[in-house]
Write a protein that binds this ligand. Structure first.
Ligand SMILES: Cc1cc2nc3c(=O)[nH]c(=O)nc-3n(C[C@H](O)[C@H](O)[C@H](O)COP(=O)(O)OP(=O)(O)OC[C@H]3O[C@@H](n4cnc5c(N)ncnc54)[C@H](O)[C@@H]3O)c2cc1C
Length: 490
C-alpha cells in the first residue's frame, strides 16, 4: 500500500512519541512550530507518489503482490535497480538534495534486510530472526510507515569504549532477557526525525565496542513505552518567513537524542543479536549495507550539487561576475562534482552486483562517491560564499521592506542587479543565505560532513577497507616496472 500525506498526519497524531522540547512534552507534533515544517514535508513525500509526474514511484511489488513505493521494491535486475535509483533522484530533486532522512531512506534498509533474510539473518541467527526480517518488511509494505534510525552512542568519552565508561549503559545495551523479549537502556546521539517518525530502527555501530550487550538490531514503534526524544531547537523562521528563509521554511529536519528508558523489545522485533563479530559481514560483504546506504547518500548529494550549481549560475549571472575566469573556474568545480556523481550513479548500476536474491549497486563507486561528497558539498557551499562575497548578506531585512513605498523606491534603485530587479534579487539572495549562512544551512553542512561518520575516518577507510581487495591489482602496476629496472652491481 502507498499512503497519502493525510494518512501519515492522522497516524502520527494518534501515535506520537514522547518528545521533550524546552522542558515540556510536545502535545501535537503536527502543530508544534519546531516540527510542523518537517511533518508537512514528510506528508508531501507520501503525496508525491500520487502526483501524475511522479507516478513512476508507484510500482507493483511482486514480493507482496501489491503496489508499493519503488523505494520498497527489491531490485532483481539492473533495470529494476536503475528504476529504483531514478525514483530516488526524482524524490531528491524535489527536495533539492535536502531532507535526507525522508521515509525512503529507511525503506531501503528494510528492503535490503528482507533480501538477506535467509543468507544472512537466517544463516547466522536462525529461522526466528530470519522471519523477523521478513515480517518487518511485510509490515512496512502494508503500512507504509515512516522510520527513523539511530546508531551512534552519545559523545561521553570517545577515548574509551562505552563498556568502560562510568555507566556502561550510556550506550544502548541489553540489561535483561525475558521470555517476551529483551530490556534495553541507554541513548543514541542524533536521531533525525525521531519526534515525527512512527517507527524506529536501532542499529548500533559495533566497531567502537564489541561487547555483546550492545550487539542488537531491532525495530519498534516510536510510541513504545520508555522511548523518549530530547529535541534540538527548531530553526523555523518566524510566521510568514518563507520570503526570508525558503529552505528553513520548507526543508528543515528535526534532530533529537534518543533515550531508551528500560524499553521492552519483543523477540519478534529483533533481527541481530549478541554476535558483534558478524557486523563486518553485514556492513561490507553479504548484506553490503555500507554500499547501499552510501548509494542513497550519493543520490541525495547528486541532487544537491545540481541545485548548488544552478544557484551559483543564477547569482553570478545576475551580478555580472560570471564573466570572470576565477568565478567560472569555481562554478566549473561544482559542475565537475555533478558530473562525477552522475558517472558514479550510472557506473554503479552498469557494474551492479547481480546476486540471486538482489541486484545491488557497485559498492566501490557508491562508497567512494559518498565519501568524496563529504568534502565536495561543503566545498560547493564555500564556493558560493566566495563568488558572492558581500552580496551574500541578506539585505533588506524581509518582505515587509517592500511594503513601504519610500523604502521600496530606494531598494529598486540600489538593491537591483543588472540581471534582477530588487524583489527578485532579495528572493534569490535570501535563498542563497539560507543555504550558506542560516542555522538550517549550517546544520545541513554539518550533516553533509558527518552524517555517515567522521570524514577523516571514512576517507582513511577508502584505503584500509573499500579498496583493500584491489590493492594487489594497483601495486602490481608499480612492481612490474620495478622488476624491469636494472639492478646495477657494486
Ligand atoms: C545533522 C546530523 C544529523 C544526523 N542524523 C543521524 C541520524 O538520524 N541517525 C544516526 O544514526 N546518525 C545521525 N548522524 C550521525 C551521527 O550522529 C554522528 O554524528 C556521526 O556518525 C559522526 O560520529 P560522531 O559525531 O560521534 O563523531 P566522532 O566519530 O566521534 O568524531 C569526532 C571527532 O573525533 C575524531 N575521532 C573520533 N574517533 C577517532 C579515532 N578512533 N581516531 C581518530 N580520530 C577520531 C574524529 O576525526 C572527529 O574529528 C547525524 C549527524 C549530523 C551532524
Amino acid at each position: 500500500m502507498i499512503r497519502k500525506g493525510l494518512d501519515y498526519l492522522r497516524n502520527i497524531r494518534e501515535h506520537q512519541p514522547v518528545t521533550y522540547y524546552e522542558g515540556e512534552v510536545v502535545k501535537d507534533v503536527t502543530e508544534h512550530p519546531a516540527f510542523k515544517i518537517p511533518v508537512n514535508t514528510v506528508a508531501s513525500y507520501y503525496d508525491l507518489h500520487w502526483r501524475e509526474e511522479y507516478k513512476d514511484l508507484r510500482v507493483y511489488n511482486r514480493d507482496v503482490g501489491e503496489e508499493t513505493s519503488v523505494t520498497l521494491v527489491r531490485p532483481k535486475s539492473k533495470e529494476e535497480l536503475q528504476r529504483l535509483g531514478e525514483g530516488l533522484i526524482k524524490i531528491y530533486d524535489y527536495y533539492r538534495g535536502y531532507f535526507g532522512r525522508s521515509p525512503d531512506y529507511m525503506n531501503l534498509w528494510t528492503m535490503v534486510f528482507y533480501a538477506h533474510a535467509e543468507d544472512y539473518f537466517g544463516k547466522h541467527f536462525g529461522s526466528r530472526f530470519m522471519e523477523n526480517a521478513v515480517e518487518v518488511y511485510k509490515e512496512s509494505t502494508k503500512r507504509d510507515h515512516f522510520y527513523t534510525h539511530a546508531i551512534v552512542a552519545p559523545m561521553y568519552d570517545r577515548s574509551r569504549p562505552p563498556s568502560q565508561w562510568e555507566d556502561p549503559f550510556i550506550q544502548i545495551g541489553v540489561t535483561e532477557e525475558r521470555p517476551e523479549g529483551v530490556v534495553v537502556r541507554g541513548a543514541a546521539m542524533i536521531c533525525t526525525a525521531g519526534p515525527y517518525a512512527e517507527m524506529l530502527w536501532y542499529l548500533p555501530n559495533m566497531r567502537r565496542d564489541s561487547d555483546p550487550k550492545y550487539a542488537i538490531y531491532f525495530s519498534i514503534p516510536t510510541d513504545t513505552k520508555g522511548v523518549r526524544f530530547i529535541a534540538r531547537r527548531g530553526f523555523q523562521p518566524r510566521e510568514g518567513g518563507e520570503f526570508e528563509y525558503p529552505i528553513s521554511s520548507r526543508l528543515d529536519e528535526g534532530d533529537a537524542i534518543l533515550v531508551l528508558d528500560n524499553v521492552l523489545v519483543p523477540w519478534d522485533r529483533i533481527i541481530f543479536y549478541r554476535k558483534p563479530e558478524l557486523i563486518e559481514d553485514l556492513m561490507w560483504h553479504t548484506v553490503s549495507l555500507r554500499g547501499w546506504f552510501n548509494w542513497h547518500f550519493m543520490i541525495q548529494h547528486y541532487s544537491r550539487l545540481k541545485f548548488l550549481a544552478g544557484l551559483a549560475m543564477t547569482v553570478t549571472e545576475a551580478a555580472g561576475t560570471s564573466s570572470f575566469i576565477n568565478v567560472q573556474e569555481k562554478i566549473g568545480e561544482i559542475l565537475l562534482y555533478v558530473a562525477l556523481n552522475e558517472a558514479a550513479f550510472y557506473g554503479s548500476i552498469a557494474r551492479a552486483q547481480e546476486l540471486p536474491n538482489i541486484v545491488r549497486p557497485d559498492p566501490y563507486m557508491s562508497i567512494s562517491a559518498s565519501h568524496f561528497n563529504m568534502k565536495a558539498v561543503p566545498r560547493a557551499n564555500e564556493i558560493l560564499r566566495l563568488i558572492t562575497a558581500g552580496a551574500s548578506i541578506p539585505i533588506p531585512a524581509g518582505a515587509k521592506d517592500f511594503t513601504n513605498p519610500e523604502e521600496r523606491a530606494y531598494l529598486e534603485k540600489y538593491m537591483a542587479m543588472k540581471g534582477l530587479d530588487a524583489l527578485e534579487r532579495a528572493k534569490t539572495f535570501n535563498l542563497l543565505w539560507d543555504v550558506i549562512g542560516s542555522e538550517a544551512g549550517m546544520r545541513y553542512e554539518q550533516y553533509d560532513r558527518f552524517s555517515r561518520g567522521d570524514p577523516t575516518i571514512r576517507w582513511a577507510q577508502t584505503y584500509t577497507e573499500v579498496f583493500r581487495d584491489r590493492k594487489e591489482q594497483f601495486v602490481k602496476l608499480v612492481k612490474e616496472i620495478l622488476d624491469q629496472m636494472p639492478n646495477p652491481k657494486a
